[in-house]
Design a protein around this ligand. Structure first.
Ligand code: SAH
Length: 277
């Protein structure tokens, strides 16, 4: 079993007991969209994760929650590996990033099931299999470790943390201020110096970091914004859910103005919206 680098800075999460969130513990088996309520609906109010973390827990005393166990994360990664087509470096990253820390306490027991879960403001954390798949497709299409990656749609910051472990540098942009701040809080303890969080409308990309080796959108668009392609370096790859019904599409910029595209698979993401909230 590999060491958990987060444990050194999180003494309140000792390995406790086994697989509370093991397969079959509870879950839906039907495919779920990677989204929940529309943003226009009433925002889901979640208890502050910060408050949860401030709950005094004595080091070495079991929390009784078990989702912090490395064994639970190991079994999630084994299930992802069994799906096939996943890059070993992505699976390594997912072993290291504690997904339960990105969730509201009432949902943390489901952290290592293959579920999209609410993070508030009508948005979701992507399913582990979607994160693994997108990052793997990016790496496979680039054929090398990406230098600089732009993620559209930080949400709670989970995928950004995974990407930061497989890429040289990651920019991640979010349009909802409360989520941008949530991601900042979630990521602080992980100390990922190569990850930059931006608040803004990702429809315009992130000119401050361009050109990018890769752009990955976690929100579905009707058409790919021109800025995403223009901010890619030649040879760079864009992966985004596009159209209705949604398809996860890949685009490779072959020269300054030429782009090859291909369909990866069906997709279920929350919509790309404009403006900053
Ligand atoms: N990356 C997340 C998934 C977040 S869901 C994870 O790790 O699980 C998609 C996110 O895209 C939402 O938080 C939503 O607010 C955001 N989003 C939608 N339109 C956007 C836009 N134009 N610019 C930036 N973020 C956007």
């Amino acid at each position: 079993m590999s060491a958990d680098p987060t444990r050194a800075v999180r003494p309140r999460y000792p390995a406790t007991w086994g697989d509370a969130a093991a397969p079959g513990a509870s879950s839906t088996t039907r495919p779920r969209p990677d989204s929940i309520a529309a943003e226009g609906g009433k925002p889901t109010v979640l208890r502050s994760q910060q408050a949860y973390r401030q709950t005094p827990v004595q080091p070495g005393v079991p929390t009784g929650q078990g989702m912090d166990s490395q064994a639970v994360r190991d079994s999630m990664v084994e299930r992802l590996r069994a799906m096939g087509g996943m890059e070993p470096t992505v699976l390594q990253a997912m072993l290291a990033v504690p997904r339960h820390l990105f969730l509201e306490p009432g949902l943390a027991a489901q952290a290592y099931l293959d579920n999209a879960l609410p993070i508030g403001h009508g948005q979701t954390i992507s399913k582990p299999s979607v994160v693994a798949r997108c990052a793997s497709v990016l790496l496979q299409s680039l054929g090398a470790k990406p230098g600089r990656v732009l993620e559209i749609g930080t949400g709670c910051g989970y995928q950004a943390a995974v990407l930061s472990r497989v890429a040289g540098e990651v920019y991640s942009i979010e349009r909802i201020r409360a989520l941008h701040e949530l991601a900042r809080r979630n990521l602080r303890a992980l100390r990922l110096p190569n990850l930059r969080l931006l608040l803004g409308d990702g429809t315009d990309g992130a000119i401050a970091g361009a050109p990018f080796d890769a752009v990955l959108s976690a929100a579905a668009c009707a058409e790919v914004p021109a800025s995403w392609l223009s901010q890619l370096r030649p040879g760079g790859v864009l992966l985004a859910p596009v159209g209705q019904p949604q398809r996860l599409m890949g685009y490779r910029k072959t020269a300054t103005t030429k782009v090859d595209s291909w369909c990866v698979e069906d997709a279920y993401f929350v919509p790309l919206k404009s403006g900053v909230l």
